[in-house]
Design a binder for this molecule. Structure first.
Ligand SMILES: [Mn+2]
Length: 511
C-alpha cells in the first residue's frame, strides 16, 4: 500500500507573484475550480493580508471549493494570521500557512530579530492560526540556508504549538538534489515527534532543479509537494506540478507514494493558466509543451509506430492531450454553449452575462469555423476583461499594411466615456496601432514584452496577444484575443493600461 503524496498547488499565490501575472477574482475562481477538478489536495488561494482585493478573492474561492483544502498565506504577525483566518472562513476544509525566515542572512538583515525572538513569533503565529483551524502549516523561509540545529529547535517548538505541516522551502533555488534529500533525512530524524506531522517541500527553479529537488525530498520522507502549474512563480518559477505528478506516476518502481491527481486534466489546466496569466508554454516544456509528445525524427517515428514503448515513457492521452476534441460552431445553440461552459467550470453570473458571452461566441463563429474549449476560455477572459473598470475601451480601428508603403493605423479609443481618435505611422501595423493609442492616452509606460500565440491551430485560429507594461515600478500584463492579431494587439494594450489605471498596491512576501 503506497502512502499518499499531498499535492499543494500555489499557482494562485507564488505563481501569481510572477511579473505581471496578477489575476482578477473571477480568473482566480476559474483556476481554483479547475485545480479542484484536477484533484489538487490543497489550493493556496493567495495572501490575504496583501490587500482587500486579495482577501476577497480567497473568500470567493473558499465559498465554491468543496473537495480541496483552501489555504491562505500569512506572515507571522497577528494582523496577517487573522486576515487569513477570516478569508478562508467559508471553506469546507481550511488551512492557514504561516511563515518566518530562519536563515542568519534573513534574520539579521531583513527581520533584525534574534533566534529567540524568531522562535517566539513563530510559536505565537501558529497559536493564532489554531484559533481558526486545526490544519496549520509552518514554513521556515530560506530553510535551505538556515542552521540545522536552529531548524530542529524551531520545528520542535511549532509542532508543540500545534503546527500539522512543516514546510522546508528552498526559497532562493540554491540546493541540489543530493543535499536537499540529506536535509530532509536529517530533519526528520532529529526533530522530536516528526512522525506526527507532514513534511513539505517548496523548491524554486533558479538553477533548473526545482522538480528534481522536490523529488529528492519525497524520496527522503516529504509527503507534501508545493508546486505550480507550468512551473509558474517568482523569478525562474517553482517546481512544476505536472512534472512532479508524472514522475511519481511513471516511476512507480522508485516512489513509494502516490497522488490523487486526475492526470487527464493536466493539459487543460496548463492551457487555462497559460491563457489567463499570459505566460506562454515553451514547446519543449516537459509534459505540457506542444512538442512533449511529438516525434519529429524519422527514426523515432518508425520506432514509435512499431512499438510505442521504444521511445514513449508516457501516453499523451494520459496527461490530457487530445482530450479537447469537443468542437462547437456557428450552428451550436445557446443551450449547448451553456452546457459546455458548465462542463468547463465556468459560471457566469446572471442571464445577461450568458447572453453577452453567447453574442460574442456567435461573432467568433462567423469568423472561425471550429470553436474549441480554449476559444471559449479566451472568450470568457475577454468578456471579464471588458467588465473590469474599463477606463479605456477600443471603439474602432483600421490598420493598413502594403509592401512599399509605410504602415499606418487609425484608432478610436473611449477614455472615461469620451471618444478620441489618432492616426500614426509605424514599422508595422501593430507598431502603428500602439503609437496611435499612445498618441491618445500619453501613458508614459514602457513596453517590456509583446507576444502573439495562436490559441488553437490553423490560420483562422484566434491570436492571443500578451503585452507587458511597466510604469513607476509597477508591472502589468494585458491580454487580448481576436482572429485578427492587430485587433488582438490593440485590445491587449488597452487591457494593460486599464490594469495600470485600476490596480491597487499589494504586499509581496516570498516563501
Ligand atoms: Mn516560493
Amino acid at each position: 500500500m503506497k502512502s499518499k503524496l499531498i499535492v499543494f498547488d500555489t499557482t494562485l499565490r507564488d505563481g501569481e507573484q510572477s511579473p505581471g501575472a496578477s489575476m482578477t477574482k473571477e480568473e482566480k475562481v476559474r483556476i481554483a475550480r479547475q485545480l479542484e477538478k484536477l484533484g489538487v489536495d490543497v489550493i493556496e488561494a493567495g495572501f490575504a493580508a496583501a490587500s482587500p482585493g486579495d482577501a476577497d478573492a480567497i473568500h470567493s474561492i473558499a465559498k465554491v471549493i468543496e473537495r480541496s483544502t483552501v489555504c491562505s498565506l500569512a506572515r507571522a504577525s497577528e494582523k496577517d494570521v487573522r486576515a487569513a483566518g477570516e478569508a478562508i472562513k467559508p471553506a469546507k476544509h481550511k488551512r492557514i500557512h504561516t511563515f518566518i525566515a530562519t536563515s542568519p542572512i534573513h534574520m539579521q538583515h531583513k527581520l533584525r530579530m534574534t533566534e529567540d525572538q524568531v522562535v517566539e513569533r513563530a510559536v505565537q503565529a501558529v497559536k493564532w492560526a489554531r484559533e481558526y483551524t486545526d490544519d496549520v502549516e509552518f514554513s521556515a523561509e530560506d530553510a535551505i540556508r538556515s542552521d540545522m540545529d536552529f531548524l530542529v529547535r524551531i520545528f520542535d517548538a511549532v509542532i508543540q504549538a500545534g503546527a500539522t505541516t512543516l514546510n522546508v522551502p528552498d526559497t532562493v533555488g540554491y540546493s541540489i538534489p543530493v543535499l536537499l534529500g540529506e536535509h530532509f533525512k536529517q530533519l526528520i530524524a532529529r526533530v522530536p515527534n516528526s512522525d506526527k506531522v507532514i513534511w513539505s517541500t517548496h523548491c524554486h527553479n533558479d538553477l533548473g532543479m526545482a522538480s528534481a529537488n522536490s523529488l529528492a525530498a519525497v524520496m527522503n520522507g516529504a509527503r507534501q509537494v508545493e508546486c505550480t502549474i507550468n512551473g509558474l512563480g517568482e523569478r525562474a518559477g517553482n517546481a512544476a506540478l505536472e512534472e512532479i505528478v508524472m514522475a511519481v506516476k511513471t516511476r512507480r518502481d522508485v516512489f513509494d507514494c502516490d497522488t490523487r491527481i486526475d492526470t487527464t486534466q493536466i493539459v487543460p489546466t496548463s492551457k487555462l493558466v497559460s491563457s489567463i496569466t499570459g505566460y506562454p508554454i515553451q514547446p519543449n516544456k516537459a509534459i505540457v509543451g506542444a512538442n512533449a509528445f511529438a516525434h519529429e525524427s524519422g527514426i523515432h517515428q518508425d520506432g514509435v509506430l512499431k512499438h510505442r514503448e521504444t521511445y514513449e515513457i508516457m501516453r499523451a492521452e494520459d496527461v490530457g492531450w487530445g482530450a479537447n476534441k469537443m468542437v462547437m460552431g456557428k450552428h451550436s445553440g445557446r443551450a449547448a454553449f451553456r452546457a459546455r461552459l458548465q462542463e468547463l467550470g465556468i459560471v457566469l453570473e446572471g442571464e445577461e452575462a450568458v447572453n453577452a458571452a453567447f453574442a460574442r461566441f456567435k461573432d467568433l463563429a462567423d469568423k472561425k469555423h471550429d470553436i474549441f474549449d480554449e476559444d471559449l476560455q479566451a472568450l470568457v477572459s475577454d468578456e471579464e476583461a471588458t467588465q473590469v473598470s474599463e477606463h479605456y475601451r477600443l471603439v474602432s480601428m483600421r490598420a493598413h499594411s502594403e509592401t512599399g508603403i509605410l504602415p499606418k493605423a487609425q484608432v478610436t479609443v473611449s477614455v472615461g466615456g469620451e471618444e478620441k481618435s489618432a492616426e500614426m505611422h509605424g514599422g508595422g501595423p501593430v507598431d502603428a496601432t500602439f503609437k496611435a493609442i499612445e498618441q491618445i492616452v500619453q501613458s508614459g509606460t514602457e513596453l517590456l514584452l509583446y507576444s502573439v500565440n495562436n490559441i488553437t491551430s490553423g490560420t483562422d485560429a484566434q491570436g492571443e496577444v500578451t503585452v507587458r507594461l511597466s510604469k513607476g515600478g509597477r508591472i502589468v500584463n494585458g491580454q487580448g484575443a481576436d482572429t485578427d492579431i492587430v485587433v488582438a494587439s490593440a485590445k491587449s494594450y488597452l487591457n494593460a493600461l486599464n490594469k495600470l489605471h485600476s490596480t491597487e498596491e499589494r504586499a509581496h512576501p516570498q516563501v
